[in-house]
Every structure is written in structure tokens, then in C-alpha cells.
Ligand binder design. Structure first.
Ligand SMILES: [Zn+2]
Length: 182
């Protein structure tokens, strides 16, 4: 774990500034695009998959509410798109990275693990997502370590402040907080 001046980025490997600068730019762009999707009725999360040369493979939003499917988180949607595009259920030979505006929930961590994606870069951590929005992100003990064991790099809390602002606006604007009754 390591911090820099502006943001407290965390990672499960030594932080590589080149990767971090690139990830910050991608996540800032995703945040800007996300605002437009929220205005069209999508959930407040956006994910993109890039190859190791920096080419976009797929991008997807969360459309749980507007498509009536509880699995339709941005990460699950973008993995499906990438696998359809590449015609495989195993992305491991493509050396792909997923970028997400917030930390993946417990379902999406499972989805990422099964996909063969090699690296995760996320924005707002789950404890903040839950605190701001009330979404139940699940229980994910030691997941950074567990992913490291499986050869998956994780960087988190990238452009967190800007990401939190979007979630706060989502709530303030009265958009749906979806969760089953307990
Ligand atoms: Zn999820």
C-alpha cells in the first residue's frame, strides 16, 4: 500500500506511476461519460475493458433498472460484450484490464475472476459507495490479496473524489437505489 499527494491510491503490487496516470485518465473520462448515462436512466457505474496496447475492447454501463435485470452491473455487462466480441469465454490470453468508476461488488469480483481479465482499476471504494448510496456491495474479505494470488493486479481509489461527487449527485437527484427487501 502506498499513497501519493493528491489521492490515496491502493494496490496489491508496487505502484507503477505510468499505469496509474493512464488509469486516472481513463477513469476521469468514464466519470464524464457516466453523467450522461445517469441522465438517461442508467445506474451510476460505468466500466471499460482495454487491451495492453491501450485499445478499447468494450464499454458498458449499469442497466439494472432500465433493463430489469439484477445482474446487469457495468462489469458483468462489459465482460459479456468483450467475450462476445472476441468469441471466447476465456480472456486470459488477451492481457486485458478492466477500469470501473467504483470498486466491483461481490458478484462482479466473481465475474472478473472467471473472465481471465488480468488487472482491475477502480475509483470509489465499496465502503464509500455503500455509505453514500445505500447499495449493498456485499462481503469481500481480503479480495486484493486473493486476486494477487490469482495473478490479477488491483489498483483502487483512483480519482475517488470526483467519483464520489457523481454518486452523491445520483442520490440527490432521486435516482433509484435498487436492492431486494431483507
Ligand atoms: Zn457489481
Amino acid at each position: 500500500m502506498k499513497t501519493n499527494n493528491k489521492i490515496s491510491v491502493i494496490a496489491n503490487e508496487k505502484i507503477d506511476n505510468r499505469k496509474l496516470i493512464r488509469a486516472s485518465k481513463i477513469i476521469l473520462d468514464l466519470q464524464q461519460e457516466l453523467k450522461k448515462y445517469i441522465n438517461k436512466g442508467h445506474g451510476p457505474f460505468l466500466a471499460a475493458i482495454y487491451d495492453s496496447k491501450g485499445n478499447l475492447v468494450a464499454k458498458a454501463t449499469n442497466n439494472v433498472v432500465n433493463k430489469s435485470c439484477s445482474n446487469n452491473h457495468a462489469e458483468m455487462n462489459v465482460i459479456k460484450l468483450a467475450e462476445q466480441k472476441l468469441g471466447t469465454y476465456d480472456l486470459s490470453s488477451y492481457n486485458l484490464s478492466i477500469y470501473v468508476t467504483s470498486e466491483p461488488c461481490m458478484m462482479c469480483l466473481g465475474g472478473i475472476m472467471w473472465s481471465g481479465i488480468k488487472a482491475i482499476y477502480y475509483g470509489v471504494p465499496s465502503n464509500r459507495v455503500t455509505k453514500i448510496t445505500g447499495f449493498d456491495e456485499g462481503f469481500k474479505q481480503n479480495w486484493h490479496k486473493e486476486f494477487k494470488k490469482r495473478g490479477i493486479t488491483v489498483y483502487g481509489q483512483i480519482e475517488q473524489d470526483a467519483g464520489e461527487k457523481i454518486l452523491k449527485d445520483y442520490v440527490a437527484q432521486g435516482h433509484t437505489i435498487y436492492k431486494p427487501k431483507r
